[in-house]
Design a protein around this ligand. Structure first.
Ligand code: HGY
Ligand code: MN
Ligand code: MN
Length: 441
């Protein structure tokens, strides 16, 4: 950062600080921890403990039960939560000036299978902490405040993520309700969580619908933990392009088919997986390429696989690079198909655009961290977040706290209780800093 940039940033921060310096209400770390520990019990393995993580996949029994518990917690905090047609939970607190657009903040509580106890859960329960702490301090903001619990953030169900926020941002494909997964249509899944598929488009919000959107989240990477910095200010969220590769060979008897007469779909797929990794690692930079799911048909020990389907997930801040990587993978798959006597068809199944965090929201977070006497570091997010959908409607920003060892999407995911509390307090002060501004654009 040049001296000129530093002075400009310092001036910007100074413009923020008086609004809330040292007078902001305090969140209650013990209450936040107790709720995180309670939430972690929904989807915990039988006989497990906190350290065994959680499986709370969207629309599962565990997700439905956790949402019911959370609705009770919101009501117990004096809020009146409602569920929008997309299944998102909102709890609104009126401000002094109802004409102003709301400051929206929250996260998600669905998880990946065998996931961690903090991904999404921290940002959701910290948002509740903020509302409860402001209410206890009888602090009424100018802007309305809206806590949000996004439905179906993880890209596990229906092979698509950011699904509740995607609808609010206006991305509602025509066939969205007919898609099936785990034996249910999306319409049936939405009803399970209190959504209203017949009114799905009523959940859509217009650009300018919020003053700003803020999300506290664990980093899910190792930068803050390695650098021992307690607060991260997200500069941008990567684009995520997801593809599906269908490999078709010829199922045949595993005992009577000579090795040189096979059209083995799994051999072709295995070489395809290595090709994805080769393309992802072929250039310097933060781009990543992952094969996370692979299905074999008929998946029997004595049958040469006739068909294999696998996912290809590409991430980077540049969507042009992701398109180039997809083309490079396709070229390699075409060659593998010829050499193995199979066909390999790759099609894109979802696209999350990259999103930049708004400079003024970043400044509010930096000022909040400074007000709390905490070091902060700017960094991009390699994980996808609902915030990248909210960026389509107005200014957004994210606060990161360290993930121990950079581990996430696994039971070992852990953020220290002190870091959880620090993050929640910075969220509260950032909300107040944003409230002091007439615009965040
Ligand atoms: O997959 C992700 O990046 C996020 O954790 N949903
Ligand atoms: Mn996640
Ligand atoms: Mn998450």
């Amino acid at each position: 950062m040049t001296r000129r940039q530093f002075l400009a940033l310092s001036a910007a921060i100074a413009a923020w600080t008086p609004a809330v310096a040292g007078q902001a209400p305090r969140i209650q770390p013990g209450r936040l921890r107790a709720r995180l520990e309670m939430l972690s019990t929904f989807g915990r393995p039988d006989g497990g403990t906190f350290s065994d993580g959680v499986s709370r996949v969207a629309y599962s029994d565990a997700d439905v039960a956790a949402r019911a518990w959370l609705m009770d917690e919101l009501r117990g905090a004096g809020l009146a939560p409602r569920i929008d047609p997309a299944g998102n939970i909102f709890a609104r607190v009126e401000g002094r000036d109802p004409a102003r657009p709301p400051i929206v903040f929250g996260s998600h509580i669905d998880t990946v299978p065998n996931g961690g106890n903090f991904d999404g859960s921290l940002g959701t329960l910290a948002a509740l902490e903020v509302l409860e702490s402001l209410a206890a301090a009888k602090w009424t903001t100018r802007h309305p405040l809206e806590l949000v619990v996004w439905a179906h953030e993880e890209g596990v169900a229906f092979t698509q993520g950011l699904s509740g926020s995607r609808i609010v941002a206006g991305d509602v494909p025509d066939d969205v309700l007919e898609r099936t997964w785990n034996g249910m249509t999306r319409a049936e899944a939405l009803r399970r969580i209190g959504g209203a598929p017949e009114r799905l488009r009523d959940a859509v919000r217009a650009p300018g619908a919020h003053h700003c959107y803020l999300e506290l989240h664990i980093e899910q990477g190792g930068t803050l933990d390695t650098r021992k910095v307690p607060i991260g200010i997200v500069t941008g969220i990567v684009a995520i392009h997801r593809h599906e590769v269908r490999v078709t060979g010829m199922a045949n008897h595993a005992g009577t088919t000579p090795m040189d007469q096979r059209q083995d779909a799994l051999i072709a797929a295995a070489r395809g997986v290595l090709a994805v990794r080769a393309v992802g690692a072929a250039r310097q930079g933060p781009q990543v390429a992952t094969v996370g799911r692979l299905d074999v048909v008929p998946n029997a020990p004595n049958v040469i696989p006739g068909e294999v389907t696998f996912t290809v997930e590409l991430r980077d801040l540049s969507e042009d690079l992701l398109a180039l990587m997809a083309d490079e993978i396709r070229e390699r798959l075409d060659l593998i198909a010829q050499e193995t006597g199979t066909t390999m068809a790759m099609r894109q199944v979802s696209r999350n655009p990259a999103a930049a965090a708004a400079p003024r929201v970043q400044e509010a977070i930096i000022a909040a961290a400074g007000d709390e006497g905490l070091a902060a570091l700017r960094l991009p997010s390699g994980a996808g977040h609902d915030a990248q959908m909210m960026a389509r409607l107005g200014p957004m920003g994210m606060i990161f706290v360290p993930s121990v060892g950079g581990v996430s999407h696994a039971p070992a995911e852990f953020t220290s209780w002190d870091d959880c509390a620090r993050g929640a307090q910075v969220l509260l002060v950032a909300v107040l800093a944003a409230d002091a501004r007439d615009t965040m654009v």
